[in-house]
Write a protein that binds this ligand. Structure first.
Ligand code: P6P
Length: 335
């Protein structure tokens, strides 16, 4: 089949056999995420027209004001994944604790758990800037037939069986990996169908774009400050270009296509950084490594970190391999 006309559904089926756990359960899980993505996309795209913009009046465990679309996206993904008896557990940025899914007649027989950031970059919602959904999928490690435990969620990123994101931008794309490369699918809104538009996505080995919130410069560690100054020096192919959307998924997506590095370092304001390990950094790190890029905490690979808490934060350096390695050199010099 011509790859360019392939739909996401066809791609999932065609590649199911190449996946080591070919139970078909992962295919159903990916199809469930695909459906939820279309529903959330519909709501995000009409947000300006109905009274759904703005804060929902609550705060999440992160202490952040929950935007109404955050709440809607969280509910849609949880509903879709729970009703289809696909997973045995779900963790979400918007949920204080993980959710154990007991499919009545299946008694916790499903093997997969999902961790999601249902709407990342939500602070951009009111100003009509791209936002995204991030998902991370593992096989449970506790016995099938029993309720999931925190142990099932606190797995290192290396154990992921699939990960991806949906970016609700000028077009809506679903980008994911099951450990055999990264592929991007663009939604045709008229048909409600995702088509394979970006097969075999890869980070250029290096690039000229750096993405960081320079408003935090005075709070950064010396190694980060030195790397930012390195990006700004006039030498060789520098100064680089500064691009920071305030939406991880959008910055990551652009950097994967054009080459670049995204940094959310720790700072005196955020001792562990801002991004969450389990449902932001690990899935993006899996995608980055599958796309010949790199993802670290400035010193060690993100996916080697053994998680301690569900909403744990880590510093995040991610993108073109040579750019991340250069940033790590500056971090090592000043550590
Ligand atoms: P700051 C969005 O809240 C997010 O988690 C990422 O999507 C984004 O890159 C970052 O935080 C923006 O944070 O502190 O620069 O506004």
């Amino acid at each position: 089949m011509d790859k360019k006309t392939m739909t996401l559904g066809e791609f999932i089926i065609e590649n199911q056999d190449s996946f080591q756990y070919t139970s078909g359960e992962l295919s159903r899980l990916l199809n469930g995420l695909r459906l939820a993505a279309k529903v959330v996309n519909h709501e995000v795209n009409k947000a300006g027209l109905v009274d759904i913009i703005g804060a929902a009046g609550d705060t999440n465990i992160q202490g952040e004001n929950q935007q109404k679309l955050d709440v809607m996206a969280n509910e849609k993904f949880i509903q879709t994944l729970s009703k289809r008896e696909i997973v045995c557990g779900i963790a979400s940025e918007e949920e204080d604790d993980f959710i154990s899914i007991n499919s009545f007649d299946k008694q916790h027989q499903n093997k997969y758990i999902v961790l999601i950031d249902p709407l990342d970059g939500s602070s951009n919602i009111d100003v009509n800037v791209s936002v995204g959904t991030i998902f991370s999928i593992y096989r449970r490690v506790t016995p099938v037939g029993t309720p999931v435990t925190l142990e099932d969620f606190l797995q290192p990123g290396r154990n992921q069986v699939a990960a991806g994101y949906i970016v609700y931008g000028t077009s809506t794309m679903l980008v994911y990996t099951t450990g055999d490369g990264v592929n991007g699918f663009t939604l045709n809104p008229a048909l409600g169908t995702f088509y394979l538009s970006h097969p075999d996505m890869e980070f250029p080995e290096t690039g000229k774009i750096y993405s960081v919130n320079e408003g935090n410069y005075v709070h950064f560690p010396k190694g980060v400050k030195d790397y930012i100054k390195y990006c700004q020096e006039e030498e060789g192919d520098r100064p680089y270009i500064s691009r920071y959307i305030g939406s991880l998924v959008s910055d990551f997506h652009r950097n994967m296509i054009k080459g670049g590095i995204y940094l959310y370092p720790k700072s005196s304001k955020a001792e562990e950084g801002k991004l969450r390990l389990l449902y932001e950094c690990n899935p993006m790190a899996f995608l980055a490594e599958q796309a010949n890029g790199k993802a670290s905490d400035g010193f060690n690979p993100i996916m080697d970190i053994i998680p301690k808490e569900l909403h744990q934060r880590v510093p995040f350096f991610c993108g073109s391999k040579k750019m991340v390695e250069k940033a790590e050199e500056f971090m090592a010099a000043k550590s």
